[in-house]
Design a protein. Sequence first.
Length: 386
Amino acid sequence: MSAFALRALLAFTVSAGLAACVPTTTTSTASTTATPAPASVPQEGIYLATSDNGIAIPAIDTAKVPAQFQRQIVDFPSTEAPGTVIINPATKHLYFITGNNKAIRYGISVGAAGFEWSGQALVTNRRQWPTWTPPKEMIERKPELAKWEKGQPGGPTNPLGARALYLTTNGVDYGYRIHGTPDWWSIGKNASSGCIRMINQDVMDLYNRVPDGAKVIVLTAKGEMPQGLKLPPPAPKKKKPAEAPAPAVASAADAATLPAPAADTAPLAGPMSTAPADTTTGTAQPTPVVAPLTPPVTPSATPTAPSVTPGTTPALTTPLAPAVTAPTLPTPPATTPTAVTPGATAPTTATTGVTPPTTATPPAATPPAAPASCAVPLVNGLCPQN
């Protein structure tokens, strides 16, 4: 057959495939277009070493690839349109429908346990020597792939191999591909993460045959037609290490339950007691030395003034707050009291309102007589009203 006749036959086959590549239902449909002639697959030299885009592709040792996984034309009764791809994970085969109940069969590697999927998809993109970017889930399983988190350029060691056909379902890319592999010895096994692996020479052949928008059917694990899309369950998330507990912080509710500080009350009288602080100045008042007071009197409008010990020179002291609720006495004027010559008579008790001691005491200074106008008892011999 001449070269012109071969080109005409290939063009007719591709145009027929494009005319019937858009699926109308999720079930098998019969093609209404003319059936193309069976594709010719040479049996010799299909796995020899070659070069593509300057990249060397090594030869495949066919003695190590079982015959059922080598590319060949087979009988394949189907009502699917030519150009459709049918994948059978159970037998590890990919079929490219050529018509007349024939198909080109390729050996493949499918998803390992836990990565199987089934359903229908469309070929919506294709790449030669594509860049491979491992998904983060794969990096979690294989941390050594982190060096390619921004993408591994295409080449002889790239996991996607020489070609890649990108699959989408209902416009959603779930990450599944039909692609080549440098690990050709994995063909015929469950070894991938859900993608369909092919020998590089085979995926290059399929790439040249499959039209854009071609339908891809992935059968179930039992080799049956799928009923909708079935994806593998998501991988369980790793548990994060337990964080160190934060230091306890007392809340408002906890603070309410804590014991309140002791109330600031007046100290009990004793050898170590001190006078309370002045509430107006904040300074501690010295404890004055006073003589014993007379028995308590009934509170009245006139408070009882502190007394002094007879026979001593009156000293200026800050008056104590009265023991009973009463107005605070004004501070006496800062004048020096006039010294009085001691007399033989004892201080008049009616003037000071203090009962002198019964024991004999030395002559004491007689405090000056209170002015007739002083209406309250004297304080240190002086009238508080002056």
